[in-house]
Write a protein that binds this ligand. Structure first.
Ligand SMILES: Cc1cc2nc3c(=O)[nH]c(=O)nc-3n(C[C@H](O)[C@H](O)[C@H](O)COP(=O)(O)O)c2cc1C
Length: 374
């Protein structure tokens, strides 16, 4: 029998009882001001926790300069650590495993989110193009500003902030961390030529452009050990003005550079879903990230993007992925693993409540009621 979503899987030291992973999902419902997770957030994650199931908690900025959205939880203050501890404890109480995604948005920000109203920082002073809009802190859609290019001697401080964030995640009890290297944010800005025109050791060649990702990943490894650190990439993505003209050489190098580190997993986004949260992108003939990189990657591979039960089972059975992360359907189906296991129908998601607000569209989605169906 080939493996399925419901075969066990070892990820680092953890024995997963199934392979239905909860994808990292920004929901913009942290406590305003402190940007700490609150009781409502713990309730939401606990609803989605299963014994031996892996949750990757939402992207959390490692620094105050790392935000581009309101009420996103951070992971750099004592209040945030305490808030996350409540989330982690609630997930652990149900036997769940929970990693935290570490984030810095780089140029996908606006000065209204930045300390002192400064410009957002990025590898190079190149703005995201007109096809995309920045969101201001008071909710207006405006053109992206030209970010400030980081000086070479500022980069170690950002790497150190990721390391401190990993320490903080550990203090909060997280089982591991995922480095957010996808969707056009700071790490991907370093990786890709369209956003990185640096002439120092962090720009130019593919090796140089990958340096920041590798240093950040190594910093997290120093704290957690490699087997508790994952990396998320979106090689063929176009989110937030990203997109490498020829992704294969760049991402082949990246995957080959990550291989010897012995990570818990590599998490690849299928390109069809790269417009995360925007209207669905339905491209024809786009390549499959998992199929391209599975032969190059030596470890556990988590695939994400546009999967339903059947396609996820097929990806696992055919050996393209070891586990599948679900985003939008995990929002609207707190008991998603159980529904997929039994073939119960899925509740459709409600896009307008994805970002911001309170319990509506967050903790009020029902679990499937078998009795009502009978
Ligand atoms: C509301 C929303 C928030 C998201 N937030 C994040 C995030 O914080 N980090 C990340 O890497 N991806 C994020 N994504 C992308 C998802 O993790 C996932 O890859 C994407 O939704 C595609 O999977 P799906 O088709 O199962 O929804 C987000 C997507 C949505 C819809």
């Amino acid at each position: 029998m080939p493996p399925s979503l419901f075969s066990p899987l070892k990820i680092g030291p953890y024995e997963l009882k199934h392979r239905v992973v909860m994808a990292p999902l920004t929901r913009m419902r942290a406590e305003p001001g402190t940007l700490a997770p609150r009781a409502l957030n713990a309730e939401y994650y606990a609803q989605r926790a299963t014994a031996g199931g892996l949750i990757i908690a939402e992207a959390s900025p490692v620094l105050p300069t790392g935000f581009g959205n309101p009420n996103v939880p951070g992971i750099y203050s004592e209040a945030q650590i305490a808030g996350w501890r409540r989330v982690v404890d609630a997930v652990h109480a149900k036997g769940g495993i929970i990693f935290l995604q570490l984030w810095h948005v780089g140029r996908v920000s606006h000065s209204s989110f930045q300390p002192g109203g400064a410009l957002p920082v990025a590898p190079s002073a190149i703005a995201i193009g007109d096809d995309f809009k920045a969101m201001t802190a008071d909710g207006k859609a405006v053109a992206y500003e030209i970010p400030r290019a980081l000086a070479t001697d500022e980069i170690p401080g950002i790497v150190a902030a990721y390391k401190q964030a990993a320490r903080n995640a550990k203090a909060a009890g997280f089982d591991g961390v995922e480095i957010h290297g996808a969707n056009g944010y700071l790490i991907e800005q370093f990786l890709q030529s369209r956003s990185n025109q640096r002439t120092d050791a962090y720009g130019g060649s593919i090796v140089n452009r990958a340096r920041f990702l590798i240093e950040v990943t190594q910093a997290a490894i120093d704290v957690y050990g490699a087997d508790r650190v994952g990396v998320r990439l979106s090689p063929y993505g176009i989110a937030n003005g990203s997109g490498e003209p020829d992704p294969m050489p760049l991402y082949t190098h990246v995957v080959e550079a990550l291989n010897p580190l012995g990570l818990a997993y590599l998490h690849l986004l299928e390109p069809r879903s790269s417009g995360a949260g925007r209207a669905d992108v339905n491209w024809q003939n786009v390549p499959s990230a998992m199929e391209l990189f599975r032969p190059i990657w030596n470890g556990v591979l988590i695939a994400a993007g546009g999967f339903v039960g059947d396609t996820a089972n097929a990806a696992i059975a055919e050996g393209h992925a070891d586990a599948v992360a679900f985003g939008r359907y995990f929002i609207s189906n707190p008991d998603l693993p159980r529904r997929l296991a039994h073939g119960f129908p899925l509740t459709p998601y409600h896009r307008p409540t994805f970002y911001g607000g309170e319990a509506k569209g967050y903790t009020d989605y029902p679990v499937h009621d078998e009795m009502a169906e009978a």
